[in-house]
Design a binder for this molecule. Structure first.
Ligand SMILES: Cc1cc2nc3c(=O)[nH]c(=O)nc-3n(C[C@H](O)[C@H](O)[C@H](O)COP(=O)(O)OP(=O)(O)OC[C@H]3O[C@@H](n4cnc5c(N)ncnc54)[C@H](O)[C@@H]3O)c2cc1C
Length: 481
């Protein structure tokens, strides 16, 4: 080891000496976080001509789509746009996605491969196994980040940085305004570890569902039994769950069973059911606790599923998500705040950069921070239905207040807790990621901060990249100045 100043311990705190950190890269656009939005951002930036790099703490890209094996988008292929549509089409061509109906399930492993392939095609430099730990600031302007990995601590400089960490890790450390969780009390949606079962006779399970319709949610987009097209999603099994709960076989947090991302022919089913409440995804101790608790719930769930649901008798646990899935943490505050009422009213904005379609309904919240999801008292879940609708993304939700040189993609964009229920969806995160990446590239090219971009020029660039930018003649007073 080289000689260096000693680390001192003083009054319960460690004093680290100042140190010189080597600059290992200088790029146009640096994407922090290679998850769902990070993949979109890197492609969006690279296709706009920027020298682009993406940094990811995991060994692979894809975020919730791969590290949480969460593999269903609530939007039909016909309504998708941009890179998200391209990804859905490619997955379908490869037999790794079902694009025949209202939702789009896919194989997470194929998503993982495709994400890497797309980065290579666009000459995006990938650095995995690497944590982004700190922004490098010049006043309120970000100039790059410090990363930490097996090689030690290094600096990467960039003309523009895109925060796609999901948790606004970089934006918040850079001084951006943010809100964590629900506005009134900072409570956040529950965490989950997902798992997949193989060896399932899906056809038998579908027959059981058809014979017991009262035992399932009424929403035709969440309970789909279309064996002909290969699109199957099951949500309910209320009687089985009630009995198991009464026998002490299931955790109190579980009120229904939900199978999605189903491959009928291969007999593979994703179980999205563990629920851990009152945990904070920006706290490592909570993440550990949530992971352990979710895995405990999953062991119970598997036993109940195997022993009670026809078609699952010979099922086996194929895999579980490598990481616990975090649904909600920080959201930045930008010049525009996305609000549910505006989405429901189909508000349009002059600075709209994407129109997002999805199945939704007024006031729908599937993952309430208070729990009780899918319980008999949860009428929204049991009897409510969704319909295909759209909302616009104004550019003002993709730039943080108080920090220059940065855009935000994915679930950390500027939205209220209620609006987050609409904007946190994977498909939306891919699209906002692509927009945030393209905007970062344009800003780098023009030597400007993204918050000062010519929105019309950005909209033209996005439209020529195949993104449905929406109705930009909108007159909403909430658009950024
Ligand atoms: C359990 C669960 C179920 C869900 N169900 C659905 C569903 O059914 N349908 C749907 O559409 N959406 C669903 N979602 C929501 C959706 O998947 C997420 O909101 C979306 O993936 C968020 O995208 P993102 O890019 O913002 O974050 P992520 O996809 O989480 O990506 C963030 C990436 O950044 C990396 N990262 C974070 N911090 C750092 C750092 N400091 N340094 C380096 N890398 C970092 C992470 O490893 C990750 O790869 C679900 C989410 C969860 C957790």
């Amino acid at each position: 080891m080289s000689e260096q100043a000693a680390i001192k311990l003083e009054a319960g705190k460690v004093i680290e000496p100042a140190r010189a950190t080597p600059v290992v890269r200088e790029v146009d656009v640096l994407v922090c976080g290679g998850g769902v939005s990070g993949v979109g951002a890197a492609i969006g930036a690279a296709r706009s001509g920027a020298k682009t790099m993406v940094i990811e703490r995991n060994a692979f890209l894809g975020g919730a789509a791969t590290a949480v094996i969460m593999n269903t988008w609530n939007v039909p292929l016909a309504k998708m746009t941009g890179v998200a549509k391209e990804i859905a089409e490619k997955l379908t061509e490869r037999g790794a996605g079902v694009a025949s109906g209202p939702t789009f399930p896919f194989d997470p492993e194929a998503f993982k491969e495709l994400a890497m392939e797309l980065m290579n095609n666009e000459s995006v430099e990938i650095l995995t196994y690497t944590w982004v730990v700190e922004p490098i600031m010049d006043g309120n302007r970000i100039k790059g980040v410090i990363v930490q990995n097996k090689s030690g601590r290094q600096a990467i400089l960039a003309k523009t940085v895109v925060d796609c960490t999901g948790d606004a890790d970089i934006a918040s450390a850079a001084g951006a305004e943010f809100v964590k969780g629900r506005e009134k009390d900072e409570k956040m949606r529950p965490m989950s570890v997902l798992f997949r079962l193989g060896g399932v006779d899906v056809k038998r399970a579908v027959e059981f569902c058809k014979k017991n319709p009262a035992n399932f949610t009424a929403d035709p987009n969440f309970h789909i039994l279309d064996l002909d097209s290969g699109l199957v999603r099951m949500s309910g099994f209320f009687d089985i769950v009630d009995k198991a709960r009464a026998n002490g076989e299931l955790a109190d947090e579980i009120h229904y069973i939900r199978f999605e991302g189903i491959s009928v022919d291969r007999g593979i089913v994703t179980v999205n059911n563990s629920r851990v409440y009152n945990v904070d995804g920006t706290n490592a101790w909570d993440l550990t606790r949530a992971d352990l608790e979710a895995r405990r719930q999953n062991r119970q769930l598997y036993a109940v599923i195997k022993n009670n649901i026809p078609g699952f008798e010979n099922s086996f646990v194929m895999d579980s998500s490598p990481t616990v899935g975090v649904r909600e943490t920080r959201r930045v505050r930008g010049p525009h705040l996305l609000q549910q009422e505006d989405m429901m009213a189909l508000a349009t904005y002059p600075d709209s950069v994407a129109r997002i379609w999805r199945h939704m309904a007024a006031g729908r919240d599937w993952h309430k921070a208070d729990g009780g999801e899918g319980a008999a008292t949860d009428e929204v879940y049991r009897t409510g239905t969704t319909h295909l609708t759209w909302f616009e993304i104004p550019f003002g939700v993709l730039v943080p207040n108080k920090v220059e040189g940065m855009t935000i993609g994915g679930r950390a964009l500027s939205a209220t807790h209620d609006a987050d229920m609409w904007s946190r969806a994977q498909y939306c995160c891919l699209v906002t990621g692509q927009v945030a990446g393209a905007a970062a590239a344009l800003a780098a090219e023009r030597g400007e901060s993204p918050s000062h971009l010519d929105i019309r020029l950005l909209q033209q660039r996005l439209a020529s990249a195949g993104i449905d930018v929406g109705d930009t003649s909108g007159t909403s007073k909430k658009a950024i100045a």
